[in-house]
Design a protein around this ligand. Sequence first.
Ligand SMILES: NC(=O)c1ccc[n+]([C@@H]2O[C@H](COP(=O)([O-])OP(=O)(O)OC[C@H]3O[C@@H](n4cnc5c(N)ncnc54)[C@H](OP(=O)(O)O)[C@@H]3O)[C@@H](O)[C@H]2O)c1
Length: 355
Amino acid sequence: MTFTVIQWATGGVGRGAIQAVRRHPDLELVGCWVHSADKNGRDAGEIAGEQPIGVAATTSVDELLAMDADCVVYAPLLPDEQVVTALLRSGKNVVTPVGWIFPDPARTAGIDAACRDGNATLHGSGIHPGGITERFPLMVSALSSAVTHVRAEEFSDIRTYDAPDVIRHLMGFGGSPRQALAGPIAGALGKGFKASARMVVHELGLGSAATIHTRQEVAVAAAPIDSPIGTIEPGQVAARRLRWEARIGDRPVVTAAVNWLMGEQDLEPAWTFGPGGQRFEIEITGDPSVLVSFTGLHSESVAAGLSHNPGVVATANHCVNAIPYVCRASPGIKTYLDLPLIAGRAARWRAKETR
Ligand SMILES: NC(=O)c1ccc[n+]([C@@H]2O[C@H](COP(=O)([O-])OP(=O)(O)OC[C@H]3O[C@@H](n4cnc5c(N)ncnc54)[C@H](OP(=O)(O)O)[C@@H]3O)[C@@H](O)[C@H]2O)c1
């Protein structure tokens, strides 16, 4: 069975999703929404840096709402709940890396109604949050008993992330420390990390009265640093650490953390990734305690990351690989706790060879 897909936005994640849909044996791209007027009418395959695919991108929301499709991969800069609601109400399932990983049921009445009206399903995915933060820790936790703490932590060189708007406006790089600490990151991105922490607390039964505490730190450039948002001048924010800690009383039970550095040189304080280098880590404290380090999700060099960032590609793949499972699910918001195991797919030549 082939599921038809619309790609919503063609930033790094969107372009990766177009490539992943193309490679997936059960998916076909039929539509593409773009934000920039200069992409209107261009072929979606070409926008993704590949051969033309015969799908013209459009800036028209109405055109895509009227189109028949099984699923939308929704990956704009910021989520617009009205658009997501309209997509669901129009009968399209939605998979997204920008929210709804483990939403509070008290705040989803509009989305729930749209899912019912459109017989559609919404699934929040991603890498961190949306994978490393909750899906994989929950899987690994099955190897342990008496779990007391779960940690998911990212160590990334942000010079390899070619998403200037996200880096400047969401992640808060390149401004003053005061602007960064007051910026949208703890709220906008923190919403996802907090939801993931709540999901782990809930599923492991770590305690019903967990409160989530956010800690932010910044490091500034001590000398000019080249970055995807231009030169970061001395005194401007060049590294960020954020920790979202779920606590029962004073006892931490879940920690989600990011260490985002514009390289390891010329930072004040002199933060580094430590001997482990760039990685994602999951640590389950229990019997036994388990430590998993994910490598391969970061690029070998800054130049390689800017043209093909494995973490961004993995985010897109995680969304796209969920599509068949989400299309088969009953209507409503479905998290990893509701869906069956989501797996990748073999390269197409291999799938054909073994048929
Ligand atoms: N959960 C995770 O693990 C995870 C991982 C990576 C990214 N993300 C999230 O996924 C989203 C996309 O990330 P990305 O790396 O693809 O970013 P990106 O490369 O900067 O792309 C941003 C996209 O948003 C579009 N856009 C710009 N302004 C917009 C506006 N005002 N309204 C709607 N769309 C607008 C851009 O359109 P044009 O190209 O037409 O200008 C572009 O397609 C971000 O919210 C990011 O935080 C989540």
